[in-house]
Design a protein around this ligand. Structure first.
Ligand SMILES: Cc1cc2nc3c(=O)[nH]c(=O)nc-3n(C[C@H](O)[C@H](O)[C@H](O)COP(=O)(O)O)c2cc1C
Length: 196
């Protein structure tokens, strides 16, 4: 697959088949993605994959976070149970959840460099996965900003930033592309000549 094809045709996937992605395939994706640019060679990305039985505890922590953040406030108990079990089933039906996190550098500039490198890493993961027929949704859900959720995951929120959870699996449906703005509307070239 050509690079341009992967860049253009990769889509964010919201619906997955039940089938698991083999661990060799996941290994290849997460390993090759590490060729992402990384200032000071810090390679700041860390990955933790929840799958199989590991998803239950993860889903529970997500639901606890939603409760803490008041998502279920105002609903009757029966409705809360229904909503919670819907979210739980939705999460358990996704084959893999890859939590991507990084250590927080106290220097803001270095923190931003690290965050940028982790984002470059994630895009590499997305493109490599696409090449293997594997779909991903890059998520930045509210629980990633909930310190208590990080503690439940065993990660000290003062030390680690939770960057994303990548939902992963073989796509059941590939959404239509959303068009992009022609870059001429955003691109300016200054070459010393008067603009016409
Ligand atoms: C930093 C970042 C965070 C994102 N978070 C979410 C998210 O929480 N939920 C979601 O449905 N999509 C999320 N997306 C995916 C975008 O919505 C998606 O890339 C966009 O709609 C364009 O669709 P495409 O990736 O199929 O081209 C995120 C993308 C990025 C780059």
């Amino acid at each position: 697959m050509e690079l341009l094809d992967a860049i253009r045709n990769r889509r964010s996937i919201h619906e997955y088949k039940k089938e698991q992605v083999a661990s060799e395939v996941l290994g290849r994706i997460f390993s090759e993605a590490a060729w992402a640019p990384t200032h000071r060679m810090k390679e700041p990305w860390h990955i933790r994959i929840y799958q199989d039985e590991g998803k239950s505890e993860y889903a529970k922590s997500v639901l606890d976070s939603y409760v803490r953040q008041g998502f279920f406030e105002g609903y009757e108990a029966a409705k809360v149970d229904q909503l919670a079990s819907g979210i739980r089933d939705f999460l358990l039906n996704i084959p893999h959840h890859a939590l991507i996190y990084m250590e927080r550098d106290k220097d803001f500039r270095k923190f931003e460099e690290d965050y940028a490198a982790v984002c470059a890493y994630i895009q590499n993961v997305q493109l490599l996965a696409w090449k293997e027929g594997v779909g991903i949704l890059w998520t930045t859900s509210p629980y990633l900003y909930d310190a208590e959720f990080a503690r439940h995951m065993g990660l000290d929120p003062g030390r680690y930033k939770l960057v994303s959870v990548l939902q992963m699996g073989y796509p059941k449906r590939v959404p239509k592309p959303k068009s992009r703005t022609p870059i001429q509307k955003k691109l300016q070239i200054y070459d010393g000549n008067e603009k016409s």
